[in-house]
Design a protein around this ligand. Structure first.
Ligand code: GTP
Ligand code: MG
Length: 201
């Protein structure tokens, strides 16, 4: 899949604001500061389409980006950048903390074709496992991406990857993509995964 162009469409704070023009959607999910917005920028070849910040909790709205990919069956789709979980100090469940809008989006959105689920390559946060299980229970197609691999030494990679796989319950056959928005490692694999989820293998 080639990215021809990408543009910001809108920031939504409630479901009524979601785009009226319907296109297939891919959502990016993961805890605050894991690198969702950075991954979106590097994937779409844009320096600052999605706002990146050192401070967790930067993305508070559901942001829609329209991507032209020029494929025969999926010429265009939306990339959907969701606010991270794990930011609010008190949290009883993924659903309660994430807020009804995000839970509602993931539960009800007909256009949602799949979720890119991001975890930090250096190790899981305590909510990651529950969040992924929740997405799987919704029967959403997911691809797991480990972010910031540039921060790991080569020698640490295998061991960290194995413990993340085990922690998330990802079988050996299932794909887990190491990613760095700094070196762009993993970009082609993520694009392939999007293509598959959008039904264009
Ligand atoms: P929220 O919007 O708060 O949920 O965060 P986010 O998941 O969108 O994270 P964001 O992309 O804003 O990145 C958070 C911080 O991590 C920023 O300081 C980024 O520069 C840094 N970062 C993101 N991806 C990478 C990466 O692949 N490698 C390195 N070294 N740093 C990264
Ligand atoms: Mg963000």
């Amino acid at each position: 899949m080639k990215i021809l162009s990408a543009e910001f469409i809108k920031s939504c704070y409630q479901a009524e604001q979601f785009p009226r023009v319907r296109l297939p959607e891919i959502a990016f999910v993961g805890r605050s500061n894991v690198g969702k917005s950075s991954l979106i920028n590097s994937l779409l070849n844009r320096k600052s389409l999605a706002k990146v910040s050192r401070t967790p909790g930067k993305t508070q709205a559901i942001n829609f980006y329209k991507v032209e990919a020029g494929g025969p069956r999926t010429p265009a789709f939306y990339v959907v950048d969701l606010p991270g979980y794990g930011f609010a100090k008190v949290s009883k469940s993924v659903r309660a903390e994430w807020g009804p809008m995000i839970a509602g989006y993931l539960t009800d959105r007909k256009e949602l074709r799949g979720v890119v689920f991001l975890v930090d390559a250096r190790g899981l946060g305590w909510q990651d496992r529950g969040a992924l299980r929740w997405l799987r229970d919704l029967e959403l197609r997911t691809v797991v991406v480990t972010t910031k691999v540039d921060k790991l030494r080569r020698s640490e990679r295998t061991e960290k990857a194995a413990s993340i796989r085990e922690g998330l319950g990802i079988s050996a056959e299932d794909q887990m993509v190491p990613y760095s928005s700094v070196t762009r490692e993993g970009r082609d694999s993520v694009l392939k995964a999007l293509e598959r989820m959008l039904g264009e293998t």
